[in-house]
Design a protein around this ligand. Structure first.
Ligand code: 5GP
Length: 126
């Protein structure tokens, strides 16, 4: 079910449980601000999710209310994951789904990183 990007944070969302260690994940990187792990249902040869450690429902919530340190730390973590994986050349794609029209399903901000093949046009028209 799609998320309302402005809803209150739900401590029982699946990524909150992953952050608490209640659900296993395949971690690729972790620091003070971010956790990166493989998507359970990959949509590309490489599909990693990067989530902030803080409780942010959506990009809207994070960009409006996170501290400068959290925003910097999280942004650097996303770049670090892609760089360390060797995806800068030939390239990769970042995607953040926000709210209902954005098709956000998990109400904890996550950045998708897709890589491993030419990813084609940005959106299917229609
Ligand atoms: P959204 O549509 O919210 O942008 O993307 C949610 C993503 O979370 C989907 O790509 C989905 O496969 C992934 N996902 C959902 N539940 C789990 C889980 O329990 N573990 C992992 N690793 N990924 C999950």
């Amino acid at each position: 079910m799609a998320v309302d990007a402005t809803q209150a944070y739900d401590d029982n969302n699946i990524f909150a449980k992953i952050l608490r260690g209640e659900i296993p994940n395949k971690t690729v990187y972790e620091d003070e601000y971010a956790l990166a792990f493989h998507d359970i249902n990959p949509q590309a040869p490489h599909h990693v999710l990067v989530i902030p450690k803080g409780k942010y429902v959506s990009w809207d919530d994070f960009s409006a209310t996170a501290s400068d340190a959290e925003i910097a730390g999280f942004t650097r973590a996303v770049g670090h994951v892609a760089r360390e994986a060797g995806w800068v050349v030939p390239g990769y794609r970042l995607l953040v789904n926000i709210g209902q029209d954005g098709h956000q399903e998990v109400p904890h901000l996550h950045v998708h990183i897709f890589a491993g093949k030419p990813l084609g046009p940005m959106l299917v028209r229609g």
